[in-house]
Design a protein around this ligand. Structure first.
Ligand code: TYD
Ligand code: MG
Length: 470
């Protein structure tokens, strides 16, 4: 008889290797392969049932689609991200750095739902009941009828949840601490995490309860171990923010029942997380007015317009290879804009270090930010500050043309609301006028560069280090 073989499983991506190795060939991570016993996985062929498949009823797409019934948590910024509330029987994964506020957010959501008369169970595998209570007390939520437990065994948790009416919401904090008896591996390994998540998933589908799993994130931003869980769950939410700042951003990375581009903005205060209804005002609150190198970008996050300040610092380099450092935006996008500035607009940056930062800890992915990034870069290089009452948006193409971006009117309205009176936009943006905002259209990036250089006291050429003439 074949003896039970152990498998070697990468704890980062779940790939199975034939033997132990230092590097996972599937995801390239080092030192992530761990030996796990595979006893539960292998069912002898002879024991597998040999029944014939039974025919199932096939239906048409056009049938009466019942709208997935949703339970809003009653916290607008949270419901915005889930797509309008929790869907019955769904499983969500909430990832985020340790200490970012996942437990705080979920205890607030749990309390809100419990106060509406729903059955809510909060299971902590990391903290003792007294610690969770202490936090609830600080948040002034200890009166909410949330059922609390400190437990890590999935079978016990499911048996407990099965008693009484089916819960509306179950919070499992965190999935990495859970273990199931059906798997032999140690708690925290991929096999355990996957097994526990599967058991909880079956419970959710069977009873209609919504389950939120908390997952830790590793240094490089992956949800540790349970990357394998990401495929199983209905939605993956990520809670982000710079530890030193009080803003926290909730984002959906995957959502089977809603959009993935909405963000929820929170502020961490001494009394828990509070919702930020007007994030633009917050992100622009301590703007450094009048200094070169900053431009305000009128962006769109999901359905909501959002203004953010883009800061650039361009300084002569002391090194052979100049530095390029980016926080809050895409590094390859910056490289592209720098290349277009060099090749199409004659702006020499190869002898300069370039630093780019999106204020407030926000991360922007929209190509519409290109024009604002270019404006901030050229402003810093030339030492001339941009008009304080102007916003920028537009996508830069490799030819140096400035392309149209969607939802121009929404961006302009948000700018007007926050007291801006000028906008620098692509040529085609003229169609979308908003009363009270004067528009400057730029068809190509060199036009923007020329405009900024004209305002510069020292001129762009001198600043760019081509000082032959001076
Ligand atoms: P927590 O929810 O425990 O983080 P996570 O579950 O993601 O690890 O939040 C921990 C941090 O939040 C902690 O460093 C202190 C801060 N915090 C506040 O600033 N105010 C509060 O009211 C609470 C409860 C926490
Ligand atoms: Mg926690």
């Amino acid at each position: 008889m074949a003896k039970a073989r152990n498998s070697y499983i990468c704890q980062a991506c779940g790939a199975v290797a034939p033997r132990w190795q230092g590097k996972c060939e599937s995801c390239g991570a080092w030192n992530t392969i761990i030996e796990e016993t595979a006893a539960a996985a292998a069912v002898p062929v002879a024991q597998r049932s040999s029944r014939k498949g039974r025919s199932i009823l096939l239906e048409s797409l056009a049938g009466k689609g019942e709208e997935a019934p949703r339970t809003p948590a009653g916290i607008a910024e949270f419901d915005r991200v889930t797509g309008g509330g929790f869907v019955r029987g769904s499983v969500l994964l909430l990832g985020g750095d340790p200490g970012i506020g996942k437990s705080t957010l979920l205890i607030e959501v749990a309390a809100k739902l419990a106060q509406q008369g729903k059955r809510v169970v909060y299971v902590s595998g990391e903290e003792a009941v007294a610690q969770v209570r202490m936090r609830a007390e600080r948040l002034a939520l200890s009166k909410a009828p949330v059922e609390l437990a400190a437990e890590t065994n999935v079978e016990d948790i499911i048996a407990t949840l099965g008693e009484g009416p089916a819960p509306s919401l179950v919070v499992i904090d965190s999935i990495q601490t859970m273990w199931t008896e059906t798997v032999d591996s140690a708690p925290g390994t991929v096999t355990q995490v996957r097994g526990s998540a599967q058991a909880l998933l079956r419970f959710a589908k069977k009873t209609g309860a919504t389950i939120v799993l908390v997952g830790h994130v590793t240094k490089d931003g992956q949800i540790a171990g349970p990357r394998v869980v990401e495929h199983m769950v209905d939605a993956v939410l990520s809670f982000e923010g710079e530890g030193s700042q009080q803003f926290r951003i909730l984002r959906a990375l995957k959502n089977r029942f809603g959009p993935t581009d909405e963000i929820g903005v929170f502020e961490m205060t001494g009394r828990g997380l509070s919702e930020v209804e007007n994030p633009s005002a917050l992100f622009l609150s301590d703007r450094d007015l009048g200094s070169p190198g900053t431009a305000v970008f009128a962006g769109i996050e999901g359905t909501r317009p959002l203004l953010v300040e883009i800061q650039a610092l361009v300084a002569p380099t002391a090194l052979g290879t100049p530095r390029r450092a980016v926080v809050g935006a895409d590094g390859s996008r910056l490289s592209m804009i720098l290349a277009v500035l060099e090749a199409r607009c004659g702006v020499r940056l190869s002898g300069h270090d370039v630093y780019l930062n999106v204020a407030g800890g926000l991360r922007i992915a929209e190509p519409a930010a290109d024009l604002a990034i270019a404006a901030a870069l050229v402003s810093s290089l030339s030492g001339s500050s941009l008009p304080q009452d102007a916003v920028y948006f537009g996508e830069v193409s490799l030819t140096g043309a400035v392309r149209a971006v969607p939802q121009g009117a929404a961006r302009l309205k948000e700018a007007l609301k926050l007291g801006f009176s000028r906008a620098v936009v692509p040529e085609s943006g003229k169609a979308e006028r908003v009363e009270g905002i004067s528009m400057t259209t730029v068809a190509a990036l060199d036009r923007l560069v020329a405009d900024i250089a004209a305002r510069s006291p020292k001129g762009l050429r001198a600043a760019a280090g081509r000082g032959e003439d001076g």
